[in-house]
Design a protein. Structure first.
Ligand code: VGL
Ligand code: ZN
Length: 208
């Protein structure tokens, strides 16, 4: 989308979410060539990076007696526990080497408060703390957001829902995403998009 009002947000394409990583999304690496081609169609690109301190609240290791993929109750509600992943400064937290989006204009980090997780690129899991992304996009004059990356049913999903809630026309480019699919979370995400007016698309449908 070479127009000035549209931005592609590339969500969390990081080593830890790819095969061999700490929280590998099945086939997560397959989004890389798809996003590389897709990003060529966009004049404006932004990216997000999951960026947790050691001992983060979302890590199962921070909750003695609990294992990854269990759900615990924390101050802001239920929290899925994950293997430790995307620790600030680690190799696993780095954006995947093969991702080629040199024209990305913004890299926004999230999940850096020890006691709050953040799937969304806009708002943390307490649903109050903002990352600044909405303000940035508005100030830049963007009206339309396209989402791609990892994982479809977690960080892409929450980012897309929040983009729509912030008033952006919002698309998820499904072949440029891969899902974790925990307890039917992918179908639940798609149902949420329908309700929120988020449109699922394939990258071939995105015209340059
Ligand atoms: C993500 C689980 C934990 C994601 C991040 O990027 O979808 N999932 N942290
Ligand atoms: Zn995370």
């Amino acid at each position: 989308m070479s127009d000035e009002k549209s931005v592609l947000i590339v969500v969390d394409v990081q080593n830890d979410f790819c095969p061999g990583g700490a929280l590998a999304v099945p086939h997560g690496d397959e989004v890389v060539p798809v996003i590389n081609a897709l990003a060529q169609k966009f004049r404006h690109v932004a990216a997000t990076q999951d960026w947790h301190p050691k001992g983060h609240i979302s890590f199962a290791s921070s909750h003695p007696g609990h294992k990854p993929y269990e759900v615990v109750e924390v101050a802001y509600g239920p929290q899925v526990l994950w293997p430790h992943h995307c620790v600030q400064g680690s190799r696993g937290a780095r954006i995947v080497d093969g991702l080629s989006i040199p024209h990305a204009e913004l890299l926004i980090r999230k999940g850096y408060y020890k006691d709050t997780d953040s799937y969304s690129g806009f708002k943390e899991a307490d649903r109050v703390t903002r990352t600044g992304l909405a303000g940035y996009l508005r100030e830049r004059g963007f009206t339309t957001v396209y989402c791609a990356g990892l994982a479809t049913d977690f960080c892409v999903n929450w980012t897309a829902l929040d983009a729509a809630a912030e008033g952006f026309k919002t698309f998820v480019i499904e072949d440029a995403c891969r899902a974790i699919d925990l307890n039917n979370s992918l179908e639940a995400a798609r149902a949420g998009w329908r309700k929120a007016g988020v449109t699922a698309l394939l990258s071939a449908e995105v015209t340059g």
